[in-house]
Ligand binder design. Structure first.
Ligand SMILES: Cc1cc2nc3c(=O)[nH]c(=O)nc-3n(C[C@H](O)[C@H](O)[C@H](O)COP(=O)(O)OP(=O)(O)OC[C@H]3O[C@@H](n4cnc5c(N)ncnc54)[C@H](O)[C@@H]3O)c2cc1C
Length: 386
C-alpha cells in the first residue's frame, strides 16, 4: 500500500481523523477534497487491516430491508454514490475497485423464507424499487449452481458489490495524493477538552493540537478517553465477530452475489469465491473457529451444494463495530465542540462509506448537519457522563 506515512508525529493539525479503516479513509479524502486544511489520519496499527479488510464488499441495501426506513434511505443513497466514487478513485489512482454490477439474488429455501421474500417483494414493488421475482427454474437458469431445493428467489439488479481490499488501496493512494498525513503505529489515547471544546489528541507518540476530531475507530471507538475527566465515553461500541471462507472457484461458480437468510456467497473477479458469515459476541478475539467454519460451509452448501468440492484457500475473521441499537453513530457531538463521530457501521460500513465521507466532511467543514444524519446522531446516547 502506498502511504504518506510520517515518522514523527506532527504537533498540530486542522482536523485529526482517528482510524484508518474504510470510514476514516473516506472521511479524510472528502475533507481533503473540500480543502479542510491540514488533515492528519492516525492509525493504531496499519492502514485498512481490520473490519474493512475482512468484509465481503456487498453493497446491498435492498436485499435485507423490511421497510423504507431512515437507515434504508441512507444506505440506498450511499449505494447510488458508488458508481461515481469508484470512477473517481480509478481516475485518481489507476486502481480499479472492481465494482461489479451483475446484481444480487436472494433465495427462499424454506417455506418460512418464501413468506419473507414475498413480503419484501410486495413492499419494494409498491415503493417503485427495482426487484424481480424468479421461479425455481428461472433462478437455476440464471445461476446453475443454485440448489435444487430453491423455492423462489428475488433479484435485486441495483444491489452490487465492490472488492473492498482494492477499495482500501485506492483510498489510501488517493488520500496520499491529496496531501493527508497518515500516521501509523500510533494509538490515540485520549481527547483533550477545554471549555467544552476539543483542543487536541493525546497519542502514544505525543500530543497533537487540533480544533476538530473525527472518531472513526471502528469497534475500538469507546476506548478513547475524554480528558480532563479521564472518563471513557458512555457510548459503548461492541465487536461482533464475522468469520469468512475464501474458495478457489475457477471457473467461477456464479456471477451474482447470492444470499439466503442464513448466509451468502460472493464471486470475485480473480476466481475467489467468498462465503460468509457468522455473527458472534466473542469479545475482541479475532480467531477463526471450527464451529464458525462449519456453520458457513453448511449455509453456503445450502445455497450452492457444489461449493463443498472447492478448495479452501483462506479463512479470516473481523470485528464489526456495533452500537447498542445496531445503527451507525454519525455526526457532531452536541456536548463537545469540534468532536464528530463516524462509527457503529456494523454490517454495512463498506456500503455506507461514500455517504459517511460526504456528510461528515460537510458537517466538519461547513458546520452543516444533513437531515439524513438526524436519526443517527450521537446525541441519542449519553456520550459524556454527567
Ligand atoms: C466478515 C465481515 C463481513 C462484512 N461484510 C460487509 C459487506 O459485505 N458490506 C458492508 O457494507 N460491510 C460489511 N462488513 C462490515 C464492515 O466491514 C464494517 O462496517 C466497516 O469495515 C467498518 O469500518 P471502520 O473503518 O469503521 O472500521 P475498521 O475497518 O475496523 O477500522 C477502524 C480502524 O481504527 C483503528 N483504531 C482503533 N482505535 C484506534 C485508536 N485509538 N487510535 C488509532 N487508531 C485506532 C483500528 O486499528 C482500525 O484500523 C463486514 C464485516 C465483517 C467482519
Amino acid at each position: 500500500m502506498v502511504q504518506n506515512e510520517i515518522d514523527s508525529v506532527k504537533h498540530s493539525a486542522d482536523v485529526v481523523v482517528i482510524g484508518g479503516g474504510v470510514i476514516g479513509l473516506t472521511i479524510a479524502r472528502a475533507l481533503a477534497q473540500r480543502n479542510a486544511g491540514d488533515i492528519c489520519l492516525i492509525e493504531r496499527g496499519s492502514i485498512g487491516h481490520e473490519a474493512s479488510f475482512a468484509a465481503a464488499g456487498m453493497l446491498a441495501p435492498q436485499a435485507e430491508a423490511n421497510s423504507q426506513d431512515e437507515f434504508f434511505r441512507l444506505a440506498s443513497r450511499s449505494r447510488d454514490l458508488y458508481t461515481g466514487f469508484a470512477a473517481s478513485l480509478q481516475e485518481e489512482t489507476g486502481i480499479d475497485v472492481e465494482l461489479d454490477t451483475t446484481g444480487t439474488l436472494y433465495l427462499a429455501l424454506t417455506y418460512h423464507d418464501l413468506v419473507e421474500i414475498e413480503k419484501r417483494y410486495e413492499w419494494q414493488t409498491a415503493a417503485g424499487l427495482a426487484v424481480e421475482k424468479l421461479t425455481q427454474s428461472q433462478a437455476q437458469q440464471l445461476e446453475p449452481c443454485i440448489s435444487s431445493s430453491v423455492l423462489a428467489a428475488l433479484r435485486f439488479p441495483l444491489d452490487v458489490q465492490v472488492e473492498n481490499r482494492r477499495l482500501l488501496s485506492a483510498l489510501t493512494n488517493s488520500v496520499t495524493q491529496l496531501g493527508v498525513s497518515i500516521v501509523t503505529g500510533t494509538n490515540v489515547e485520549s481527547l483533550k477538552i477545554e471549555k467544552d471544546r476539543i483542543t487536541g489528541v493525546q497519542t502514544s507518540r505525543g500530543f497533537i493540537s487540533c480544533p476538530s476530531v473525527v472518531i472513526a475507530a471502528g469497534t475500538w471507538s469507546s476506548f478513547i478517553r475524554l480528558t480532563p475527566t479521564g472518563e471513557k465515553p458512555a457510548l459503548v461500541i461492541e465487536p461482533v465477530r464475522g468469520q469468512m471462507i475464501s474458495f478457489d472457484a475457477r471457473p467461477q461458480l456464479t456471477r451474482h452475489v447470492i444470499y439466503s437468510p442464513r448466509g451468502y456467497i460472493v464471486p470475485r473477479r480473480d476466481g475467489r469465491l467468498l462465503a460468509g458469515s457468522t455473527s458472534e459476541h466473542a469479545g475482541f478475539a479475532k480467531e477463526v473457529t471450527g464451529g464458525g467454519i462449519s456453520t458457513i460451509l453448511k449455509n453456503g452448501e445450502e445455497i450452492a451444494p457444489s461449493i463443498s468440492a472447492l478448495p479452501i484457500v483462506d479463512t479470516w475473521a473481523g470485528l464489526r463495530p456495533c452500537a447498542p441499537d445496531n445503527l451507525p453513530v454519525l455526526g457532531p457531538c452536541d456536548e463537545i465542540g469540534g468532536l464528530f463521530y463516524a462509527t457503529g457501521h456494523y454490517r454495512n460500513g463498506i456500503l455506507l462509506a461514500p455517504v459517511t465521507g460526504e456528510l461528515i466532511a460537510e458537517a466538519v467543514v461547513a458546520g452543516v448537519t444533513s437531515p439524513l444524519l438526524g436519526p443517527f446522531s450521537p446525541s441519542r446516547f449519553d456520550l459524556v457522563r454527567a
